[in-house]
Design a protein around this ligand. Structure first.
Ligand code: 2BA
Length: 109
């Protein structure tokens, strides 16, 4: 068995969970926050059998898309040597960031 930890944008989370569930993959959805943008995102946990792993990865690839966010570097105006340095910077986000871990043991009560 594998544990998939999948970090996605909130905008993609509902469709992703729906598709996992329809394919009979069990998923837990956690609210999370990205350390860089400090914006909400969604972390999904899935315990999947080896045989379902490729299906799960394909669903992530199909349902998540990359988007861009614009951030304005948080440098105080007085400390900026040139005005143009305060211009918004484009940051790509996602589609998804996934970690796949081996599960040593799994049980339910
Ligand atoms: P955030 O940390 O808010 O990062 C959002 C996006 O900002 C990232 O997109 C990346 O394009 C950019 N970014 C992140 N850290 C950066 C930095 N130090 N300098 C410049 N740009 C930076 P993604 O790579 O698609 O990541 C989306 C979210 O997935 C991240 O949100 C974070 O919550 C999570 N994540 C990504 N890589 C991770 C990792 N290695 N470990 C744990 N969580 C990760």
């Amino acid at each position: 068995m594998k544990l998939m930890v999948v970090i996605v944008q909130d905008a993609d989370a509902a469709a992703l969970v729906k598709e996992f569930t329809q394919k009979r993959l069990t998923v837990t959805k956690l609210a999370s926050t990205g350390g860089f943008l400090r914006e909400g995102n969604t972390t999904l946990l899935l315990g999947v059998s080896e045989t379902d792993l490729e299906t799960a990865k394909q669903i992530v690839q199909d349902k998540c898309r990359s988007r861009t966010r614009f951030i304005t570097p948080g440098v105080p105006v007085a400390e900026q040597p040139e005005p143009f340095l305060a211009q918004p910077v484009e940051v790509p986000v996602g589609g998804a960031v996934a970690f796949i871990l081996n599960v040593e043991e799994f049980f339910k009560v």
